[in-house]
Design a protein around this ligand. Structure first.
Ligand SMILES: NC(=O)c1ccc[n+]([C@@H]2O[C@H](COP(=O)([O-])OP(=O)(O)OC[C@H]3O[C@@H](n4cnc5c(N)ncnc54)[C@H](O)[C@@H]3O)[C@@H](O)[C@H]2O)c1
Length: 360
């Protein structure tokens, strides 16, 4: 069993080989860059040559805190820097597509925060622009590199559960939305900026659904206008199913974030440590039971890396690997177009109170 876990653990390792490293510049000096991107890049020894933000005071503060040599006065100045090979975009979603277009037109590789756009047409347009320009472009769905999730995916991929029959994820937390002033007016909120990670993970594990259904809720007096509680169900062409529930208005002070994957030969159960105390978090937990690898009951897998900041090494490392070797990033824009389409379908279901069918 320990040998089998060693293979899974090797798959989850987040180091970036020296030969993959390329100079990175960052657009956006907000909370996520300060608290997760830059700490992760420091751990991995990545080279950040400069940063910009429309709030230059903030850019300078973050540059000083993280030892970044250059603050660009504008995006144009950043893109004109020939040293910059990868542009790391982390600004509110409405600002991301114009920055993405300019970066790609300048021949830079791109990693864009999630969601890279709210709109499937724009998602397809941006993916096509990147493909035409011949640059690597990925979306920062770094939950695919969170160790609990990545290890579970490797176990499933290795056949430990036999045929997967269901994926479920349930999150009950309190989120202080007022920390993101731009989130206040977003009518499509919870899935668009948070549960998009979970829905992207459902696609990664289960493939494309044949239909989805979603409902949304709000709490009286809440800060944002958009939904803060969502329930989504999926059916897949092979008869398997998925369920995602996320409640951000938990008044019980007992945060939980649990996932479970069931198959014909076993099951995996785990917790997302980040959501127990966001953004500090705690380690994930992960346990597996399988008749394929004969665990003789539930066995814990030893998680040693966190979602924040470690998984951010993975999303950037995957882009750098693609630049260096021609591989496809784990969360390439071409794939993420389908996540944006899925999110849009979930909102259409909420708006109409009807199941959305994909014709699969
Ligand atoms: N786990 C995750 O992947 C995760 C977590 C949090 C936020 N995010 C995403 O990251 C992005 C940023 O979130 P945040 O928490 O850092 O928000 P934030 O409000 O803390 O910071 C946003 C920053 O972007 C800057 N900005 C806005 N428009 C800009 C523009 N046109 N050009 C340059 N800078 C601009 C703002 O001045 C601000 O400094 C959002 O898209 C959000 O959805 C992802």
């Amino acid at each position: 069993m320990i040998d089998l876990f060693a293979e899974v653990s090797a798959y989850c390792r987040l180091a970036v080989p020296e030969e993959y490293k390329r100079p990175i510049a960052i657009v956006g000096a907000g909370g996520i860059v300060d608290g997760a991107h830059l700490p992760a890049y420091r751990l991995a020894g990545l080279e950040v040559v400069g940063i910009t933000d429309i709030d230059l005071t903030r850019a300078r503060e973050v540059a000083t805190r993280h030892g970044i040599a250059r603050v660009y006065a504008t995006l144009e100045e950043l893109l004109a820097d020939d040293r910059v090979e990868v542009v790391d975009i982390a600004v509110p979603v409405t600002h991301q597509p114009p920055i993405f277009r300019k970066a790609v037109a300048a021949g830079k590789h791109v990693l864009a925060q999630k969601p890279f756009t709210t709109n499937p047409e724009t998602a397809r347009e941006l993916a096509a622009l990147a493909a035409e320009a011949g640059v690597v472009a990925a979306v920062n769905q770094q939950m695919r590199f969170d160790e609990g999730i990545a290890a579970a995916h490797r176990m499933v991929e290795s056949g430990w559960l036999g045929t997967v029959t269901s994926f479920s994820l349930s999150v009950n937390v309190f989120t202080d939305w007022s920390q993101w002033e731009w989130a206040q007016a977003m009518e499509r909120l919870e899935i668009m900026v948070h549960s998009i990670h979970y829905h992207d993970a459902v696609r990664w594990f289960m493939g494309e659904p044949s239909s989805v259904y979603a409902v949304a809720g709000r709490t009286p007096g809440q800060f944002p206008v958009g939904e803060t509680r969502t329930t989504s169900t999926y059916t897949f062409p092979d008869g398997s199913s998925a369920f995602v529930y996320a409640n951000h208005m938990n008044a019980g002070n007992d945060n939980t974030a649990e996932f479970r994957i069931d198959g014909t030969e076993g099951a995996i159960r785990g917790t997302l440590g980040l959501m127990y105390d966001y953004p500090g978090g705690r380690p994930d937990t992960l346990e597996v039971t399988s008749t394929v690898v004969a665990t003789d009951g539930w066995v814990p897998y030893p998680v040693t890396q966190r979602w924040f900041p470690h998984a951010f090494i993975g999303s950037m490392g995957s882009v750098l690997q693609a630049v260096a070797t021609g591989s496809t990033p784990r969360s390439a824009v071409s794939d993420n177009v389908k996540t944006v389409e899925l999110v849009d379908a979930l909102y259409r279901s909420m708006d109409t109170n009807e199941v959305v069918h994909f014709g699969r």
